[in-house]
Design a protein around this ligand. Structure first.
Ligand code: CA
Ligand code: CA
Ligand code: CA
Ligand code: CA
Length: 343
């Protein structure tokens, strides 16, 4: 019996190990080389203008890769040969630390898996104009089976966020697609999403890093630093992206186990047991939106000890809790790393 149990546990552990290993299909850490440290051997090589590519000792995590493109006629990039692991069927996560100092062309490619000219890429992640367009300071885009919002083939996304990605500092930039929704992240927060139902194209084209090739032949060359580039063959969750961006909320609880993963709430107090901690749960009628109805409920229990409306857990519903509700107004409760009914 003991042996059987041990074998069963062993199989479970092995299975979990394999699942975990299967998700990260490329990991370029740039610790002095272009090697992929995942198990999939998707090593990069110098693609073009290698003299403009160097390693920078003070990266975001250890050493980083610098692109010093200066000339649109000779933009630098690195590239990875196509492989089955880089051709996911229906789900993907692209993630990177970027420190942008400039760009050549209308945008700056981070990931671009597609042919050099003529057709839209299988998947891509990039940064858009830097203050010269009406997209804001620097916007970003992620897409599968197409390019950005300007392309008729676009599936998604290109929204932006008036604040965009700042220049001359590190930002964590990511996109996920789960076969239904494409989400764009900056620093672990979703800044845009778009719905599309499809499988991801598999053209067999290489993955180019640091450059973007438009069907017109124009390029979008990145200037600055890259670090910790990752590709997963699954769509990571919002909590997982938050963790990857190293934006811990300081309460010592891993984001995927934290019922308010962007608010420090070590007690995890959740008086209505809906998987949103009180610290981020001003949705008092549990309809997944914090609005005027919840404000009415809060008013009706003001100066009482109603547990659900006592967001900060000090035993009284007062102006502090009202302030917390105000900060969450017009949003869903959370975000929570724990499965919940507001998906
Ligand atoms: Ca928390
Ligand atoms: Ca709750
Ligand atoms: Ca509500
Ligand atoms: Ca309170």
């Amino acid at each position: 019996m003991k042996i059987l149990v041990c074998v069963a546990i062993g199989i479970v552990l092995l299975f979990e190990f394999q699942v975990a290993q299967a998700e990260l299909v490329m990991h370029l850490e740039f610790e002095g080389d272009l090697e992929d440290t995942s198990d999939f051997g998707n090593n990069a090589i110098i693609g073009n203008s290698g003299q403009l590519i160097s390693f920078e000792p003070n990266g975001r995590i250890g050493t980083a890769l610098r692109f010093a493109g200066v000339d649109a006629s000779a933009p630098p990039w690195i590239e990875v040969a196509s492989s089955s692991s880089l051709s996911p069927g229906s789900a993907i996560t692209m993630a990177a630390w970027v420190f942008k100092t400039g760009q050549i062309g209308g945008n700056a490619g981070i990931f671009f898996k597609g042919n050099l000219v003529g057709v839209q890429p299988d998947w891509q992640l990039g940064l858009d104009h830097d203050g010269v367009s009406n997209f804001g300071p620097i916007s970003g885009f992620g897409a599968v089976n197409g390019c950005g919002i300007a392309c008729s083939e676009a599936i998604a996304v290109a929204p932006l966020d008036a604040n965009g990605v700042p220049m001359d500092e590190w930002s964590h930039f990511a996109a996920t697609y789960d076969g239904q929704i494409l989400k764009l992240y900056i620093d672990g927060r979703v800044i845009a999403s778009d719905e599309h139902f499809d499988t991801i194209e598999q053209t067999g084209a290489p993955l180019y890093i640091g450059n973007r090739f438009l069907p017109s032949g124009n390029v979008g060359s990145f200037q600055g630093l890259f670090d910790d580039l990752r590709v997963y063959d699954v769509a990571l969750s919002e909590a997982e992206l938050w963790e990857l961006a190293l934006n811990d909320d300081g309460d010592g609880i891993a984001a995927i186990n934290d019922n308010c993963f962007i608010v420090s709430n070590p007690s995890q107090r959740d008086t209505d047991a809906d998987s949103f901690g009180n610290a981020c749960d001003a949705d008092l009628n549990n309809d997944c939106i914090v609005n005027i109805v919840d404000l009415g409920i809060l008013r009706s229990v003001f100066f009482t000890n109603d547990p659900d409306a006592d967001f900060n857990g000090d035993g009284v519903v007062n102006v502090v809790d009202l302030g917390i509700m105000r900060s969450l107004f017009s949003s869903p409760p959370g975000p929570s790393g724990i499965p919940n009914n507001c998906g």
